[in-house]
Write a protein that binds this ligand. Sequence first.
Ligand SMILES: C[S@@+](CC[C@H](N)C(=O)[O-])C[C@H]1O[C@@H](n2cnc3c(N)ncnc32)[C@H](O)[C@@H]1O
Length: 208
Amino acid sequence: MSGQQAFWNRMADRYAAQPIADEAAYQTKLAATRRLLRPDMELFEFGCGTGSIALIHAANVGHIRAVDFSERMIEIAEEKAKKAGVENIDFEVGSIENVELAPQSLDMVLGMSILHLLKNKEAAIAKVFRALKPGGYFITSTACLSDMMPLIRFVAPLGNRLGLLPHLDVMTQSQLRTAIETAGFAVEHEWLPKKKSAAFMIARKPAL
Ligand SMILES: C[S@@+](CC[C@H](N)C(=O)[O-])C[C@H]1O[C@@H](n2cnc3c(N)ncnc32)[C@H](O)[C@@H]1O
């Protein structure tokens, strides 16, 4: 198990119990996503955590495959799905780096609060692009830490070495948009909540 997986396993129970930091922004992002959902859609979510977002959207789509590399996060997600009687989500322990995704097989991919935690977000975004059908959506909410707290770039590596912080990619919102567009997506909607907690983007793979 990598240090990053161990970090998120340690965090999982606390993460599951803590309230949403910015409830209004959370609801706005859910609503913007919900407007694009159709009952026959195949969704994929990476870094799904305890499954909260997949569980909210499950009733409006055909099927969701949701992965997270923390076993404890997935255990909690499965318990929540069982309790809620939701049967169209497959939760899996898996990383975005290693998960296999068939080309052009997905209608939508969700990457919520995850891109800033990856060592190579460009590779992940390129993988998502390949796996989406033409016209498919990539929806992401990402902490753009370079805009929010520029000094964190000096603290983050030490915090990570001490096990106090996860690995952090300290990026600006503009760098995030560039990474998404460089993969081939068109960013159709971009929104930074008033509290500037995380930038929300709806990106679309061009239709044929
Ligand atoms: C901040 S939490 C977000 C959870 C969920 N998406 C949400 O919005 O509530 C980040 C999650 O990403 C997972 N994660 C981090 N790096 C990952 C990777 N490379 N592959 C898969 N999951 C990863 C962590 O285990 C953690 O559950």
